[in-house]
Design a protein around this ligand. Structure first.
Ligand code: CMP
Length: 175
C-alpha cells in the first residue's frame, strides 16, 4: 500500500503536540507525516488524485487523553476524522457516545453554521485528520460519497438523540 505522504512528497501537514490549543491556532511542531489515507474507510472510493487533493487540505493533529476538541455552544470551524484513538461525545441526554477510528465529528457546525451541538473530549490519545471550513467544500467535492455519508450519519445521530429523549421521558413518566 502506497503512503500518501510519499505520493505527496510529504506535503501533508503533521503536527504533534501535548496540548490542543497550539495545534488549532496553527502553531506547534510540524514534520512529515506517514499517514496512509488509502486505509481510511471514508476515502475508499477516492482516486490517487483525489487522495492527493485531500492530503493537501488536511492537517494531522495528535492530542492526549482528556483534550476538549469541541465545546457545546462555541463556534465551530473544523471537521475531524479519527485516525487513531477514541473520543467521547457528550450529548444533551443520556450517556456519552464513543467514536472510534474511521468515525468523524464536527460536521454539523460546518454544514449549518450554528454553534457546536456537543462537547467532544478525547478518551485516549488520539490522532485526528482536520479539515477547516474553507476546505470542507473541497473535501465534499473530492470524496465521491461524502454528502450521502454525511446525510446518513446525521440521520442516525438525530434518531439516536430522539430515542434517548423518548426513553428519558418514559422513565420520568413512570416515576
Ligand atoms: P458539531 O455540532 O459541529 O460539533 C459537535 C459534534 O458532535 C457534532 O458536530 C457531531 O459531529 C457530533 N455529534 C453530535 N451528536 C452526535 C450523536 N448523537 N452521535 C455522535 N456524534 C454526535
Amino acid at each position: 500500500m502506497e503512503l500518501v505522504s510519499r505520493m505527496m512528497d510529504g506535503s501533508i501537514s503533521y503536527e504533534l503536540t501535548n496540548r490542543l490549543e497550539p495545534i488549532l491556532s496553527g502553531s506547534g511542531v510540524q514534520r512529515e507525516a506517514k499517514i496512509d489515507l488509502t486505509e481510511v474507510p471514508l476515502f475508499e472510493g477516492c482516486s490517487e488524485r483525489q487522495l492527493r487533493s485531500i492530503a493537501r487540505i488536511a492537517r494531522v493533529v495528535d492530542a492526549p487523553a482528556g483534550s476538549v476538541i469541541t465545546r457545546v455552544g462555541e463556534p465551530g470551524n473544523e471537521f475531524y476524522l479519527i485516525l487513531a484513538g477514541t473520543v467521547s461525545v457528550d450529548l444533551p441526554v443520556g450517556k456519552p457516545v464513543a467514536l472510534r477510528p474511521g468515525a468523524f465529528f464536527g460536521e454539523m457546525s460546518l454544514l449549518d453554521g450554528d454553534p457546536r451541538s456537543a462537547t467532544v473530549v478525547t478518551e485516549t490519545p488520539v490522532r485526528l485528520l482536520v479539515i477547516n471550513r474553507e476546505n470542507f467544500s473541497v473535501l465534499r467535492r473530492d470524496v465521491p460519497d461524502l454528502t450521502q455519508i454525511l446525510l446518513v450519519t446525521l440521520s442516525r445521530r438525530v434518531r439516536q438523540v430522539e430515542q434517548r429523549a423518548d426513553r428519558t421521558g418514559a422513565a420520568s413518566a413512570a416515576l
